[in-house]
Design a protein around this ligand. Structure first.
Ligand code: AMP
Ligand code: MG
Length: 415
């Protein structure tokens, strides 16, 4: 199908995510596994807890000895975490016990220390009873050896990492981080911290995109600022391919002006283009291409140079792409409902994501108010925004107080 048409955003996402396979796998230690994606199911190598353990500080006793209260029992020893009591409790006896310690054999109940009184040394007075088994964590309460507790494709969150450790894995198989080559194209660009000559601007996208790639599980290969010449762009693409990148992300030069070289140069190198522009604002110039190779295909996403366009298009298309390459599941923006804080006119043929503030109205409903100016070069109001109000292609005019769909911006404090 022709790539000259404005492709609807939903269709473009399907094209981008079609036929993407995860990277190869590697083994990493748990110290280096945070945020990575598991490449195999993990089955526990052990049972947890491995023994009946006390959940409280107190005394291990026999139920038959505390049928009549108060009961005075002889303390025959102590069991603390890591140092079990070796003997067996007989009738009339108790063992001082602490949280996490092995419940001694012969004992079936734990009386918490608040319900006891020590009268003479070596004995303890039990003041109130306790149901059998209470405050005892049975062996295997948490999980048993052989249970599959973590699954392929799951992201290693702090709790999953702790569980993998408890299952006695020191290292685990994960997908390799996709290598993402980043190129910021434009003769006008300079890095922050330098003084600017006439006509120059700062390559701010570079930094938004480095962080975005890292946040969704990619490894950045930053090729910095690339001047708008065919040769330089060609050379930099070559370097990215030599570095065995899985994805090339460019910003700038993605539309059809004389200085927009990403598509012509990548085409010369064998990239096949599937998307050139999408029916979305911000982010209309958006390129997607693949360089197919028997053993290693490389994707290219060409983002617009305008700062807001580049970040919005990254979130809509590139984040899910990297997440799938990283072996995980694509998180696509989830829509919520809010009430509109001001009137909006009918929308045109491009779906729009409008930067907006979000407040809680008097009746508890979320109220989204889009900024007057939505120019895609304006970063400060992206930072001030809490959400993006979504307007479908040709959406009818909406009045203040009517419902709209929104996408919450991560980090806005709204959950
Ligand atoms: P382009 O897509 O190359 O036509 O660029 C569109 C606009 O975005 C121009 O005003 C550029 O100066 C600006 N721009 C391009 N690249 C960047 C960048 N890395 N950071 C900030 N602005 C950029
Ligand atoms: Mg440019």
């Amino acid at each position: 199908m022709s790539i000259d048409r404005l492709i609807p955003a939903e269709e473009a996402l399907n094209i981008v995510l079609d036929d993407i396979s995860p990277t190869q796998t590697e083994t990493v230690t748990l110290y280096n596994a945070s945020g990575r994606v598991l490449a195999k199911d993990l089955t526990s190598k052990r049972t947890q807890p491995p023994f009946d353990a006390s959940a409280m500080d107190g005394y291990a006793v026999r139920q038959s000895d505390i049928a009549t209260l108060p009961a005075v029992l002889k303390i025959i020893g102590e069991s603390r975490a890591g140092v079990p009591f070796e003997g067996n409790i007989q009738s009339g006896e108790a063992v001082r016990i602490f949280t996490g310690a092995v419940v001694p054999s012969g004992a079936d109940s734990i009386v918490i220390q608040e319900n006891t009184e020590s009268s003479e040394p070596e004995t303890i007075r039990i003041l109130s009873g306790v149901p059998e088994g209470k405050f005892i964590r049975k062996a295997g309460l948490d999980f048993k050896q052989g249970e599959t507790l973590l699954r392929i494709g799951e992201e290693l969150t702090p709790s999953r990492l702790a569980l993998a450790a408890s299952m006695n894995y020191a290292e685990i198989p994960v997908y390799k981080k996709p290598k993402v080559a980043l190129l910021s194209t434009g003769d006008e660009l300079v890095l922050p911290g330098k003084s600017l000559a006439d006509g120059q601007i700062i390559a701010s996208n570079t930094f938004g995109l480095i962080a975005s790639v890292q946040n969704c599980g990619g490894e950045v290969l930053d090729f910095g600022i690339v001047e708008d010449t065919k040769d330089t762009l060609h050379e930099t693409f070559e370097k990215a391919l030599e570095a065995r990148c899985d994805l090339i992300v460019t910003t700038g030069g993605a539309s059809v002006g004389d200085h927009d070289l990403v598509m012509p140069v990548a085409r010369e190198m064998g990239f096949e283009f599937e998307i050139a522009k999408i029916a979305m604002r911000p982010g209309k110039p958006f390129l997607f291409a693949k360089l197919r190779d028997e053993d290693h295909s490389v994707c290219l996403t060409g983002l617009a140079g305008n700062p807001v366009s580049s970040l919005v298009a990254f979130n809509v298309f590139v984040r899910p792409l990297i997440q799938i390459m990283a072996g995980g599941t694509a998180e696509t923006a989830s829509m919520r409902k809010a009430i509109l804080g001001r009137n909006l006119p009918e929308n045109d043929e491009r779906a729009e994501y409008m930067r907006a503030t979000l407040e809680t109205g008097p009746d508890g409903q979320l109220v989204a108010t889009p900024f007057d100016t939505q120019d895609s070069s304006m970063l400060a109001n992206l930072v001030r925004a809490d959400c993006l109000v979504y307007r479908a292609v040709k959406a009818a005019a909406v009045s203040k107080g009517e419902p709209v769909e929104i996408v919450i911006i991560a980090g806005s404090g709204v959950t």
